[in-house]
Structure formats: structure tokens, C-alpha cells
Design a protein around this ligand. Structure first.
Ligand code: SF4
Length: 689
């Protein structure tokens, strides 16, 4: 037995799926994954994991993994050596930069890859290639939440930790489905609710698991959250229930904000949201009678044309009631990918250096120019939405994308595919031959987390290390190694020996990471940014100061505008989102046997009322049509949805029923996040059952 266990290797890793950031040991023998072993020392999850973290790892050894660089020849791809592929990329990108200028190339980063890889990629775009055209998939999800936070409290991260959420007296969950999207976080809420008297309000179109358990569950009309949030805030002010001492001492802009709420009366809210006046009063009263309130939100809020404004309204409500800076209070936009927080934090954004310092700030640019020995571009770059438009306009000629399946996950994908077809040169770097890779000129094989080391930052701003378990499969390489080899072919002269060197550089440049080091992150240790030079981290924000120079928060007036509507022909509203077992487009989970066996494909939820009206049953095959495309999908009749509300899981086994064949190019006014949730469709029955 001793001999047997001695051949078993145990390595600490961090989950590659959602933003909760569970960590655990992977037990392996050779390339075989024997088990996932959680540990009490894991700072976020302790001994818990969900089905994805526990069983979602077989993809690492999938036969479909990319193991060689591929170069397009006509309609085919042929295998190549690294030397050939990198030489070709360096020559092409160099020539396009020379002919059309640095801003003719776009760079799409990955929220699945490490902080160090994202840091290096933005350095490649900015310092080597001379452009701020770099963005990541937070543009598809939480950018509006970040923008709402930056307007009001000045720091674009969750206010506290998951432990703080569990200790809150009242948790409001708005447009989020944590039981499936952030399962271990949801178990903390479920336990606090069941055992410690925590109150739970859920506002959602769909009666999901937490909604079933909620003390108050309400379904608003789609796209009207800003109205009820503002009406609740106004009612609280009208009753004199605001936290006067907090507002006096810590908040600016109170008078102007109160003025802006005039129109959000109970009657107005009732007319537009579908709530009754009593519903609004009940929410306000529950907030008023709770000592600590926190708000959790996700794509149900952020994927709308008014998403930044609604996120702002949530922060305004929390400010008016003094719910920041104490345990159990605050704003928690729930991050989707394992490292969407980190990708943003480490600077793969068109207007920000790492640590949210503006590229337009001369003093910040000087700091980076001195460290990197180059002149840096001052103008903010294009975000990924603008990049697609710039390709259509003939301004963007080439793209370099890693660890992101933009051809599936962007909205209105027919429009995106047409753009990709126009590119002069397209590099895609991934672990699988993704949908996006089909449009590439060169495809580079990368290594997943188990084949490299690095750090991820979870939704709480917690930075954790993951360690290498396996050697890279075939000729695949860690993303950071690929960036360095390419940068050096373009004359950069980088010499990072390991990811820890990259983190050391980030820490020396971005003040919020000043005290971050691999030594301080050893094993199960973690740090929650901002981290002071002495290593002191900040699990709870805003205890003394908000993130503005004055130290005060700002109430920010916002106004409701109606959501985009597809027109009378499209009589049903289609909502969409995750399910527990699969992750996003499904690139990893559909290639993990343990999971794809259980849940082999996606489905459409139809309400019992609508099913009866249309004469269909569970198992029926329908075609959904929007102004932008159509998909075929099987039906499940369920009272999780109501009336004319449909729900389509956003993962797709074959890519044929991907929701983004239906979505439009409409987007949040401020951040350009697609309004995936504002979608009208019509439904044709192909087989009633
Ligand atoms: Fe992974 Fe999220 Fe599940 Fe934790 S809750 S195991 S981080 S998918």
C-alpha cells in the first residue's frame, strides 16, 4: 500500500471553472486523474466543491486536445513546428503593423487563463505592438457592474468576501442564479438562511433553486430592475429610513441624487415593473429592518442596454441605507469565469493598465515606460465589440485571441463570423480547436491550468496559486511561454523564467498588488487585493475610505430607458443562462465524460401555460427565430418560467443551437456589453412531441 500511494502525486490547484475560486488537491498517477480532494485549509470552499470542480477535469486528457501548431492552407489546416508558426505570426503581425499602424491589430485575452498570462498579453499588446486594443470577456458579462462600482464607490471589485455574504442579515439576489452558476457560494447562503436566520430576497425572471427558498421572490418585467430599485430607494427616503450619519460623513452628491428620484413613485414602479406597490414597500421594509444588507447580481442585470445604470442603482440603494464598509454589507457582482476578475485586474482592458490605472494618465504611463523602456500609446483602445465593428469598417486587419471562443459567446454571431472572414490575419490560441479556430490562419496549442503554474483571482478579489500537475500534452505550451517566445521574435528581449517573475513585475508596477509575491501565496495561502507593501491584504473594502481621492462615495443619478424590443412578430421573451453541470459554451465540460454523460445537451424551458396554448409537451422540437438568426432545440415544460417567458441554457453541445445565433448587436450604452437578455423570438413547432 505504501508503494502504491507513493506513486500518487498530490498537487494543489484552483478550480478552472467559476469565479468562486475553490481550491483543492488533484491526486494523479501518470496522466490519470484519480480524485479531487478538497481540504479544510482551502480559504474559500474548505471541504466543499461542486460537480464541475469534482468531475470536470477529463478534458485535460481529451483526444481532441490541440497538440501541434496548425497553419491554414486554403480550406485546410496543416500541422507545423513552433518555429514555422511563430515565424509566420511575427512576420505577418510585424508587416500589418508596419503598413496599417499598431491600432490595426486587436488582442483578445482570456478570463480562463492566469493573471500572469493576462499581464504578459497586455504588455505584448502595449509595449511590443504599441496599441491599447486589448480586451477580455468581462465585456460580455460584468463590465457594467464594474462601471457601476467605479461610479459610486470607486473600486471595481466585490466589497467583501463570501464569508461576509454568509454573515449578512439580508441577502438580495438580483438577476443571478448562484445555485447553478456559483454553487459553493450558494451553499454558504443556503446554510446561513436555513440555520442562522438570514433573510433572502430573490428578484429574477425564473424561479431557480434560490428563488424557491427565498423569503420573498418576485418576477419583474424584463429590463425594469432600475425602476424598482429606484422606487425602493425613494420609498426609504420618503420614510426617513436612510442612514443619515453615514450619508453625512461618507457620501457626496446626496441632494442631486434625491432630486433625480422624483419620478420613481410606487405607482410608477407598479405600472412598469409588474410588482405591486406592496411588493416595493415589502422590499424597502426588509432592508430597513436588517442591520446588514448585501446585494448579489450577475448577467440578469448586466446583459441589458441599461446595465451600467442598473448596477449603479444597486450601489445607490446600498449607499442610501449605509450598507457599505461593515461585515455583511456591500455590492457583490458575481464573476463568471475563474479569472475574469484577474484578467481585468491585470490590465487586459482597453483603457486601464493593471490595477485600474488609466492609460491616459501621464504619470502612470511614465512609470510603465520607464520600467519597460518603450513609449506607450496614450489613446484608449477598442473593446471587443468595437473591434468587430472596426473589422467590418476595414480598419482592423488582424487579431490575436487566446482562450476565448468569441465565435460562439459574442452576441449576434453571424455578424461576428462575417467579420472574422474579413480579417487579413487571425491567430487563435486555445486548448481545443474551437468554433473561433475555424476562422483562424494560425492555431496555437496551449496548455490548461493543470499543465502550468500561475495564479487566479476569484470574485472576492482573492489571489491564489495553482501548481503544475502534468507536463504539457504533445507540443502544447503554457500561454505565457508562447507570448514570450513571440515577443522575443519581435525583439522584446523578455527573460521570464517562471510565472513568479511576471507577478513580481506586476507587483512592482501596480500599487494594488504592491505586497503580492509567490512566497506570500505559497500553498493554501492567499491574498485579497489591495495588498500593501508589507503584505497586509484587504478582505473587506471601504471600512474607512471609498476609492476616490476624497475618500467619500458618490451617489450617481441614473434614469431608466426601455429595453430593446425586437418587434411585434417576436412575441416571446427569451432569457438564457448557465446550468449547473456545464460551463459557458461547453468547450471543456462537453469534453469531460463524467459530465457530458449526465447532461448531454441543452434545452429550452417553456411554461405550462404556453405549452398548453401551443399544444406542445416536454421533448417537442421547436425552431426559435429572432431578427438575427434561428436555432432548433428540444423543449422542457416547467413552471420555473412563466407565461411568454422562455429560457435557453447557453451551453451548446454542437454549436447548432447556440443562443448567440439569436442575440442582437444591441449593447449597454456605457460599456458595450451585449444585451443578451433583451431578446424577442417567435417559436415554430417542428415536432409537438
Ligand atoms: Fe469550481 Fe465554482 Fe464549482 Fe467551486 S463552485 S468547484 S470554483 S465551479
Amino acid at each position: 500500500a505504501a508503494m502504491r500511494t507513493s506513486r500518487i502525486k498530490r498537487t494543489k490547484t484552483v478550480c478552472t471553472y467559476c469565479g468562486v475560486g475553490c481550491s483543492f488537491e488533484v491526486w494523479t498517477k501518470g496522466r490519470e486523474i484519480l480524485r479531487i480532494q478538497p481540504d479544510e485549509k482551502a480559504p474559500v470552499n474548505g471541504i466543499s466543491t461542486c460537480v464541475k470542480g469534482k468531475f470536470g477535469w477529463d478534458f485535460v486528457n481529451s483526444k481532441e486536445r490541440l497538440t501541434k501548431p496548425l497553419i491554414r492552407q486554403g480550406d485546410k489546416f496543416i500541422e507545423s513546428t513552433w518555429d514555422e508558426a511563430l515565424t509566420l505570426i511575427a512576420d505577418k503581425l510585424g508587416a500589418i503593423k508596419e503598413t496599417h499602424g499598431p491600432d490595426s491589430i486587436g488582442y483578445i485575452a482570456s478570463s480562463k487563463c492566469s493573471n500572469e498570462e493576462n499581464f504578459l498579453f497586455q504588455k505584448f499588446a502595449r509595449a511590443v505592438m504599441g496599441t491599447n486594443n486589448v480586451d477580455n470577456c468581462s465585456r460580455y458579462c460584468q463590465s457594467p457592474a464594474t462601471a457601476g462600482l467605479l461610479r459610486t464607490v470607486g473600486i471595481g471589485g466585490d466589497s467583501g468576501t463570501i464569508r461576509d455574504i454568509a454573515g449578512s442579515e439580508l441577502v438580495m439576489v438580483i438577476g443571478a442564479n448562484p445555485a447553478e452558476s456559483h454553487p459553493v457560494l450558494a451553499t454558504r447562503v443556503k446554510r446561513a438562511h436555513k440555520l442562522h436566520g438570514q433573510k433572502l430576497i430573490v428578484i429574477d425572471l425564473r424561479k431557480h433553486e434560490l428563488a424557491e427558498r427565498a423569503d420573498l421572490f418576485l418576477r419583474p418585467k424584463p429590463g425594469t430592475d432600475l425602476i424598482w430599485l429606484s422606487a425602493v430607494t425613494k420609498y426609504i427616503l420618503d420614510q426617513g429610513w436612510e442612514d443619515k450619519a453615514f450619508l453625512e460623513a461618507r457620501v457626496e452628491g446626496v441632494e442631486a441624487y434625491i432630486q433625480s428620484l422624483q419620478k420613481y413613485t410606487l405607482a410608477y414602479a407598479a405600472e412598469y415593473t409588474g410588482f405591486t406597490q406592496e411588493d416595493i414597500i415589502q422590499i424597502a421594509t426588509m432592508i430597513h429592518t436588517s442591520k446588514s444588507v448585501c446585494a448579489l447580481w450577475a448577467m440578469g442585470v448586466t446583459q441589458h442596454t441599461g446595465a451600467t445604470d442598473t448596477s449603479t442603482a444597486i450601489c445607490n440603494l446600498l449607499l442610501i441605507t449605509g450598507n457599505f464598509g461593515r461585515p455583511g454589507t456591500g455590492a457583490y457582482p458575481l464573476r463568471g469565469h475563474n479569472n475574469v476578475q484577474g484578467a481585468c485586474d491585470f490590465g487586459t482592458m482597453p483603457a486601464w493598465f493593471p490595477g485600474y490605472e488609466a492609460v491616459q494618465s501621464e504619470s502612470v504611463r511614465n512609470r510603465y515606460e520607464k520600467a519597460w523602456g518603450v513609449k506607450l500609446p496614450e489613446k484608449p483602445g477598442l473593446n471587443n465589440h468595437q473591434m468587430v465593428e472596426a473589422i467590418h469598417e476595414g480598419k482592423l486587419k488582424a487579431m490575436y485571441l487566446f482562450g476565448e471562443d468569441m465565435a460562439l459567446v459574442d452576441s449576434n454571431v453571424n455578424h461576428v463570423h462575417a467579420a472574422f472572414n474579413q480579417l487579413d490575419f487571425f491567430v487563435v490560441q486555445d486548448i481545443f480547436f474551437s468554433k473561433t479556430a475555424q476562422f483562424a490562419d494560425v492555431v496555437l496549442p496551449a496548455s490548461p491550468s493543470l499543465e502550468k503554474e500561475g495564479t487566479y483571482t476569484n470574485t472576492e478579489r482573492r489571489i491564489q496559486r495553482f501548481y503544475q500537475v502534468f507536463e504539457p500534452l504533445g507540443d502544447s505550451k503554457p500561454d505565457w511561454v508562447i507570448f514570450q517566445e513571440l515577443a522575443n521574435r519581435l525583439g522584446a528581449g523578455w527573460s521570464y523564467k517562471q510565472p513568479g517573475d511576471i507577478m513580481a513585475e506586476a507587483a512592482s508596477l501596480a500599487p494594488i498588488f504592491a505586497g503580492v509575491s509567490y512566497e506570500r501565496l505559497e500553498a493554501w495561502n492567499s491574498l485579497v487585493w489591495p495588498v500593501a507593501p508589507n503584505g497586509q491584504d484587504t478582505p473587506l473594502l471601504f471600512t474607512k475610505k471609498f476609492g476616490f481621492p476624497s475618500g467619500k462615495a458618490k451617489l450617481f443619478p441614473v434614469a431608466w430607458t426601455p429595453p430593446y424590443e425586437a418587434g411585434v412578430d417576436f412575441d416571446l421573451h427569451l432569457n438564457n443562462g448557465r446550468l449547473l453541470e456545464h460551463f459557458h459554451e461547453g468547450n471543456m465540460t462537453y469534453k469531460s465524460e463524467g459530465i457530458s454523460h449526465k447532461v448531454p445537451r441543452e434545452w429550452l424551458e417553456v411554461s405550462p401555460e404556453l405549452a398548453e396554448e401551443r399544444g406542445i409537451q416536454s421533448g417537442a422540437l421547436v425552431r426559435l427565430t429572432s431578427p438575427y438568426g434561428h436555432v432548433k432545440v428540444r423543449v422542457e415544460v416547467t413552471d420555473r418560467v412563466k407565461g411568454n417567458e422562455l429560457y435557453l441554457t447557453m451551453n451548446s453541445a454542437e454549436g447548432d443551437s447556440a443562443v448567440n445565433y439569436l442575440t442582437s448587436s444591441y449593447h449597454d450604452r456605457i460599456t458595450h456589453t451585449p444585451s443578451y437578455k433583451e431578446m424577442g423570438v417567435k417559436m415554430d413547432i417542428l415536432e409537438p412531441k
